[in-house]
Design a protein around this ligand. Structure first.
Ligand code: ARG
Length: 291
């Protein structure tokens, strides 16, 4: 049975860039004209919502919270599979207030029947949700980033919770502080990734599990455009404005790209994938959306 993909996004009224916890964050650019920046963020989020609907997704909108601007990145709120969610523990104090806010929101989703179980990771480990734990639907396992944000210790806890294999990949740089900035598994089994973001051991792991013709190398430009931070649903890929080269590579593989100007959110170090959380991920492949 085919179900429509259900994607959570956060209402962006409380978004701003007022601190810097990754090297892409530009509080000074936001502060130069906060009214205009806010206006373009609202428009960009609406455009993303539309693009996701165009890709065949049902969009669920969660409320934001004043003083927690990065709640617009629900990819960091939890890891969800088979209706079960495990909620995050943030590395930086600036984002820790999101833990309870998202936990309450997920309890609400459970009450509405959109999830069947919600658990919070114990304190003392860091794990920043689906941004650092990405489901590979073609292979039936997670890939988990660790290093800059999420701790390695969280991986075993999540593997136990989900009863699924989680393959760890160590990240080497603050620019690629979450796995989703530099890595995305696609529905056809390809992996688009930025090689310099991973340790030599992580690259070896990747090569031992993914045939060379399914590994697509992204460039420095793709990283800067936040194009790797893409939402793939079936044959659709929703992403921030990307290069002609990347568009051609992905189209040649049979994907249809839907590009959105997400520059206001790139000022915070995020793109399309960070701004979403897939709620209907299923470990059996039958839940993939339309084509
Ligand atoms: N400003 C946010 C942070 O540094 C951006 C998060 C983007 N999320 C992501 N999954 N990459 O935490």
């Amino acid at each position: 049975m085919q179900r429509q993909a259900t994607i959570l996004i956060t209402e962006p009224s409380h978004f701003n860039v007022s601190y810097a916890i990754n090297p892409w964050m530009k509080p000074e650019s936001w502060a130069a004209d906060p009214v205009a920046a806010h206006r373009s963020a609202m428009a960009a989020s609406a455009a993303l919502q539309q693009a996701l609907q165009q890709a065949g997704c049902v969009v669920e909108v969660a409320p934001g919270t004043a003083g927690l601007p990065d709640m617009v990145f629900p990819a960091n709120s939890a890891v969800v599979l088979d209706g079960r969610a495990i909620t995050s523990r943030f590395r930086h104090p600036q984002r820790r207030g999101e833990e309870d806010a998202f936990l309450r929101m997920f309890d609400g989703l459970r009450e509405r029947g959109l999830l069947r179980e919600v658990r919070q990771l114990p304190p003392g480990v860091f794990q920043e949700g689906a941004g650092d734990c990405m489901w590979d639907e073609a292979r039936g396992h997670f890939w988990a980033g660790f290093g800059p944000r999420s701790s390695h210790a969280a991986i075993a806890l999540m593997a136990e919770f989900f009863g699924r294999e989680i393959v760890p990949l160590e990240l080497v740089s603050e620019r690629c502080y979450h796995l989703d900035v530099c890595f995305v598994p696609l529905s056809g089994g390809e992996i688009l990734y930025f090689p310099p973001a991973l340790t030599e051991a992580a690259l070896q792991t990747l090569r031992s599990r993914v045939p060379a013709d399914q590994l697509i190398e992204a460039t420095e430009d793709d990283l800067r455009n936040f194009s790797i931070n893409a939402v793939n649903v079936g044959r659709h890929i929703v992403l921030s404005n990307s290069s002609q080269r990347l568009r051609a590579v992905l189209e040649q593989r049979g994907y249809t790209l839907i590009e959105v100007d997400l520059s206001p959110f790139m000022l915070s170090g995020g793109g399309a994938y960070c701004m979403t959380l897939r709620l209907d991920r299923s470990s059996s492949r039958s839940s993939s959306a339309e084509h």
